[in-house]
Design a protein. Sequence first.
Lengths: 105, 436
Amino acid sequence: MPTRSLLILLPALLAAPLALAQADPGALAQRALAATCANCHGTDGRALPDSVVPGLAGQSAPYLADALKAYKRGERQATVMHQIAKGYSDAQLDALATYFATRPR
Amino acid sequence: MTTLQRHHLNRRRLLAAAGASTLGVTLATSLAGCASSALPGRARVVVLGGGYGGATAAKYVRLFSQNTLDVLLIEPNAAFVSCPISNLVLSGHRTLAELTVPYSSLEKNHGVRHVRDTVARIDPVARKVVLASGPEIGYDKLIVSPGIDLNFDAIEGLRAASAAGSILQAWKAGPETTALRRQIEALPDGGVFAITLPEAPYRCPPGPYERASVVAAYFKATKPRAKVLVLDANPDVTSKAGLFKKVWAEQYGGTLEYRPNHKLVGVDAASRTLRFDLHDPIQADVLNVLPPMRAGTIALQSGLANVGGRWAGIDYLSFESTAHRDIHVIGDAIQLAPGMPKSGHMANNHAKVAAAAVVSRLAGWDLNPAPVLTNTCYSFVDGQRVVHVASVHEYVAAEKTYKPVAGSGGLSTAPSEQEGRYAWNWARTIWSDALA
């Protein structure tokens, strides 16, 4: 039997707030908003290689913003996406478009 | 100075008073280098449970913290097995292997350390968990994603019948799914498969109706005189009611029968009989009994399930427990906000809000005041065709809860094979989002 005391893992008391390089609360909030798309479009908008829904990463921001707003207004047809797009404000859709445009494919 | 900053300062003082001797110890695999692996100042997040919620939380704490937080995932199994899509295993349209994804990519791609064990006890004061095998693991933040516990004792005779393997649930995908498939396969032409539903809320609102539908499709194709009987404790179909009832009427007229207001109170395994509070007993060849559900066992044992002793109360902005500080609860175990289903997709979205909250708290930042959650839930009505329900949920600060965004979300207009392809794509993508 292993020595039980060696296996005791003590609490990891935090010594200092995290130092997150090139990050701020706004960037985290934007990333978290974009993560609501990942279930269907892949983490950070990178779809699976043979996905039947498009990847978002690396697409142009104006194209994504236009497409999302067209879904929202019902001008672009879909099975699900027009229902989802209606749940976001125009500002949120712009933020999503900007975020995914900067992600590597 | 914010409360959070004061909290951190107090903890720094505490650490200094303790002589800064705390070890940021890694796991048993590297115990030989225990002291040298200490990384003072590196906070640790421990995640309990590797389902749709927990696996996603483990990955996203790493992503959102830019890999600056240590993350341990405590999960006994070597691989994840998906509940969504598992009804197609019961109907013979998919295999369990197709729904199984190993946890190994979380470690390889994201540096999440997978501890194959269960948690015997949470100590919220000392901020540590005690593993079933004995070791203790300290945490700065704990994310608990325990899933559901099936309350066998709510149905007389069910615990023994389930343990004996004669009346199965298969409401957690795995070996029991395969066992129930064998019972359904062995059911004779002319036999009856009866499924009972508990009162809402329960895990996966449309799941029992999907199960009934795809088993009916299997019967229709292979044993046309066999029947599916749905006995629902609720007054009506609880999800996608119009879509399911239309399919049942059009496609399964002689095969599937739905009866509402059937609250099960007892079972008899020997005579394969179901007993109800108001209706006459019903006998069938294969019984699939879904009892009332509650938060997973560890949540019950640790006082996290503080809403009616059944579900975990949380602060919806952070998913932090209302019972214990520094513990966040996500997934099916929580007390739901209005319009929120207990689903894998929802758990994945809970996980991301909780991960961002954990990172914010440890960084000393204010929480995101406007988190968003989505849900898309696909149900097969036969082997190929699918219907969905979708919703978007916004945090309403004035009421401290989430509500569906007005005008958003909706249902399919009709079942389609196109949505069948989307459903399978959704499954593979969300598994990748949580586990790869």
